[in-house]
Ligand binder design. Structure first.
Ligand SMILES: [Cu+2]
Length: 129
């Protein structure tokens, strides 16, 4: 997969620090973002090998949405399915309806575009009681 123009550490990894695929949880759900191999910087701040977190909720895996792989080359939308953590936050508490939900983390550069080697987590499915 190819992303935007901002280089990053291709070895960097973003992951869910406190949730695993198949977990059953109660709402509100705290999601803690894990990151290794790169730093966190707020949106708008251009600094080498940094980015900010985005949480995809209940949508296709990154690169398999309506725009296919092309979506990796432009800024992530901001809506209920694409949450931005542009202040550099590394966790969130979500109110989620009972049932199954998919979550995925995507790093974005200072303009919300994935890095040239996109840094994305696995997609996990959680069940909310
Ligand atoms: Cu963003």
């Amino acid at each position: 997969m190819a992303g935007g123009d901002t280089p990053g550490n291709p070895e960097a990894r973003v992951y869910f620090a406190n949730l695993a695929d198949g977990d059953t949880v109660a709402s509100p759900v705290t999601v803690i973002f894990g990151l290794s191999g790169m730093g966190v910087a707020p949106a708008g701040t251009e600094a080498e090998n940094t980015g900010h977190h985005h949480l995809l909720v209940d949508r296709a895996p990154m690169g398999q949405g309506e725009d296919g792989a092309e979506e990796l080359t432009f800024a992530l939308p901001a809506d209920e399915h694409h949450r931005h953590f542009g202040k550099g936050q590394t966790e969130v508490t979500l109110d989620l309806e009972p049932g199954k939900h998919t979550l995925q983390l995507v790093m974005g550069d200072y303009t919300h575009v994935p890095h040239s080697t996109p840094i994305v987590s696995e997609v996990i499915t959680i069940a909310v009681k």
